[in-house]
Design a protein around this ligand. Structure first.
Ligand code: SF4
Ligand code: SF4
Length: 319
C-alpha cells in the first residue's frame, strides 16, 4: 500500500464537510542545510538573514498548539535539513513518548536513529557525480551507508517505520541508473517524482513534456517488476494550475521561528504566528499569488477534491 497518493482527503471527509481545521503540520526545524540543491525551493526566494534552529522547548509549545487546533500528523521538513537541528533527537523522542504520528523528509547525510511513521530520503543520485550534480555535495556513499545502517536497526527497533528513497526524475537514463544502483537497498519504496518549478515553467517546454511521458512509461515498467517502485501521483498533474488553493486549510506550515507560512512552498509569505489566538482566522483570510505556486504541488490533488465538494449543483435533491 503506497503512502504517496493523491486521494488522502477521502480519509478526512469530516473536515472537508465544514470543519476546516488543519490535518497536517509541516514544521521547519532549521533554516540551514548541509546540501546545496539547485532546485531547492528555499534558494529561489529571499528570506530573512541569520541561521536559526527551533529549540526543544519551542517545539513542544508549538506542537501542543498544533494539536489543540486539530493537527493529526507532523512532517519534519525543510526549510533546512531537520536532522541537523541540535535538539532533533530530544524532539523526536518527545513525539514518540506522546504517541504522535510524524514523518520526516531528509537528505539523511546525518545518521540518526529514531522511530517516525516514515522517513523519506531525498537520494537523487546513483554515484558521487550524479549526487553532486543534484545536491551540491559529494555524499552519495555516506547516505547509502546511513540508509543501510538505519534499515538494519529498524528491523529490531522500529519495524513499522516506512523507509523510502526519492529521485527527481529528469531523464529515462537517470531513472534506470538510479534504480540499478540502488535497488539492493532494503527500503520500502522508491519514489520517482517530477521536477517542481514556479508556475510549472519546466514542463511548458515541449521536449520536457515528451520526456515526462517517456519517464512515466519507464517508471511503470520498473513498477511492474518491483512493487516497491512508486509512480508519484504528481506525474498526472504536471500542467494542473489551480486558480485558488481550496484545500490550503488542510495543512499548516510553521517555520523555525514559529511563524505560519501560507504553505510550505511559500516560506516568504508569513500569515501570522502559531501562538496567535486567531491564527486560523488569519490563515483563512490570507490570499496568495497563484502564479508563484510550485507546480506540480502536493496540494493540487487535495485542491481538486475540495473544489469538487464545493461545486454548486442544480437540484441536488434528485440523485
Ligand atoms: S536538502 Fe532540501 S533544504 Fe537542503 S538544499 Fe536540498 S532541497 Fe534545499
Ligand atoms: S504552492 Fe500553491 S497550490 Fe501549492 S500549497 Fe502553496 S498555494 Fe497551494
Amino acid at each position: 500500500m503506497s503512502n504517496i497518493t493523491g486521494d488522502k482527503m477521502f480519509s478526512h471527509v469530516d473536515r472537508v464537510a465544514g470543519d476546516f481545521r488543519p490535518i497536517t503540520a509541516d514544521i521547519f526545524l532549521t533554516n540551514y542545510c548541509n546540501n546545496r540543491c539547485p532546485y531547492c525551493t528555499y534558494a529561489r526566494w529571499t528570506l530573512p538573514n541569520g541561521t536559526k534552529a527551533m529549540t526543544y522547548e519551542e517545539f513542544i509549545t508549538y506542537a501542543e498548539k498544533l494539536r489543540a487546533i486539530g493537527v493529526q500528523g507532523f512532517i519534519l521538513t525543510g526549510g533546512g535539513e531537520p536532522t541537523i537541528c541540535p535538539d532533533f533527537l530530544r524532539i523526536t523522542n518527545w513525539m514518540e513518548e506522546q504517541g504522535l504520528h510524524y514523518g520526516i523528509n531528509t537528505n539523511f547525510n546525518n545518521l540518526v536513529y529514531f522511530k517516525p511513521d516514515y522517513i523519506k530520503v531525498s537520494l537523487d543520485g546513483y554515484d558521487e557525480e550524479s549526487y553532486e550534480r543534484s545536491r551540491g555535495v559529494r555524499k552519495y556513499k555516506q547516505v547509502i551507508e546511513n540508509i543501510r545502517a538505519y534499515a538494519e536497526w529498524k528491523k529490531e527497533n522500529s519495524p513499522k517505520t516506512s523507509l523510502g528513497v526519492q529521485f527527481v526524475a529528469e531523464s529515462v537514463e537517470g531513472v534506470l541508473k538510479f534504480y540499478e544502483a540502488n535497488r539492493g537497498l532494503d527500503v520500502d519504496y522508491y519514489s520517482f517524482r517530477p521536477l517542481e518549478s514556479t508556475g510549472g515553467s519546466y514542463y511548458k517546454d515541449k521536449l520536457k513534456k515528451t520526456q515526462a511521458r517517456e519517464i512515466t512509461a519507464a517508471i511503470k515498467a520498473l513498477a511492474a517488476k518491483d512493487s516497491r517502485v512508486t509512480l508519484n501521483f504528481k506525474w498526472d498533474l504536471l500542467e494542473k494550475q489551480e486558480t485558488t488553493c481550496t484545500a490550503q486549510w488542510a495543512q499548516i506550515g510553521v517555520n523555525e521561528r514559529g511563524e505560519v507560512m501560507y504553505c510550505c512552498h511559500k516560506p516568504y509569505q508569513i500569515v501570522g504566528h502559531i501562538l496567535d489566538d486567531d491564527i486560523l482566522e488569519k490563515k483563512a483570510q490570507a490570499q496568495t499569488d497563484m502564479s508563484k505556486c510550485d507546480i506540480p504541488c502536493r496540494m493540487t490533488a487535495p485542491n481538486m477534491f475540495v473544489a469538487q465538494t464545493m461545486k454548486q449543483r442544480k437540484d441536488p435533491y434528485f440523485i
